[in-house]
Design a protein around this ligand. Structure first.
Ligand code: PEP
Ligand code: MN
Length: 268
């Protein structure tokens, strides 16, 4: 057997504020990498809502490689996410970086994201698991699927009822793309666990031009949803502008994804 025992068997349907994951419908999570300002967030949020996104994303606490890069608006960013939810009616998912911030983020977010850089942070995994909030756990960029499933079990064992996984690319020798999108992880994880599996083609490729194609491939291989970065003005983004779709391209991409999903008996 490839994986050791997993307790993640036979869980219930995963639900985030009425958005069901893992059924016939695919879930589209979209929004800017980072909450930068009120105007930027609200503009991007209305655009993704209009294009058919189910959940709004946006980082308030950002895990940046450089300590000199913009670190996010933190508490102020959370307040803006709450305002964007009010405006659009979309549930919001945002990343939590530190156990000390879980209560504050959980007070606002509808879903807590644990990012790639924190997948091995067992204290954080347990803290989000006890928060009572749905959790989106991204794959560590250098994590094996076995390690990823163990990380998921930390969250589930702490009490999480609603959790989804997200393949976001792994580090390989290739440097043309930001990471290498491991789509085989999707059917493999689905074989080993009941957890819905999403794909993030934005961080995986690091290039907006590649995102629509890899998003279509993700739907074709059976992903239960997608997370994509969309910015009303990618050229002005403070973070990840080069991998962010414009609202126009996002709209077109969702239409293509719908066609692929329909061909497989699923819906968007
Ligand atoms: C993100 O989704 O905002 C993010 C930082 O992604 P990852 O953790 O996959 O790098
Ligand atoms: Mn990003």
């Amino acid at each position: 057997m490839m994986f050791e025992k997993h307790s993640a068997e036979g869980g219930g349907p995963v639900n985030v504020c009425g958005v069901p994951f893992g059924g016939g419908g695919l879930v589209i999570i979209a929004g800017p990498c980072t909450v930068e300002s009120r105007e930027q967030l609200l503009e991007s949020a209305s655009a993704v809502k209009e294009a058919g996104a189910d959940i709004l994303r946006g980082g308030a606490f950002k895990p940046r490689a450089s300590p000199y890069a913009f670190q996010g608006l933190c508490s102020e960013g959370l307040a803006l996410l709450a305002e964007a939810r009010e405006l659009t009616g979309l549930p919001v998912v945002t990343e939590v970086l530190d156990t000390r911030d879980v209560a504050e983020v959980a007070a606002v977010a509808d879903m807590l994201q644990v990012g790639s850089r924190n997948m091995h942070n067992t204290a954080l995994l347990k803290a989000v698991g006890t928060s009572g909030k749905p959790v989106l756990l991204k794959r560590g960029m250098s994590a094996t699927l076995q390690e990823y499933l163990y990380a998921a079990e930390y969250v589930l064992n702490a009490g999480a009822k609603d959790m989804v996984l997200c393949e976001r690319g792994i580090r390989t020798f290739e440097t043309v793309t930001r990471f290498t999108l491991d789509l085989s992880a999707v059917p493999l994880l689905q074989e080993r666990t009941w957890l819905p599996v999403l794909v993030d083609p934005s961080h995986a490729t690091g290039r907006a031009a590649l995102v629509p194609a890899m998003a279509r491939a993700a739907v074709a291989c059976g992903a239960d949803g997608l997370m994509m970065e969309v910015h009303a003005h990618p050229d002005r983004a403070l973070c990840d502008g080069e991998q962010s779709l414009t609202p126009e391209i996002f709209f077109k991409t969702v239409g293509e994804l719908r066609a692929v999903a329909q061909a497989l008996g699923r819906s968007i």
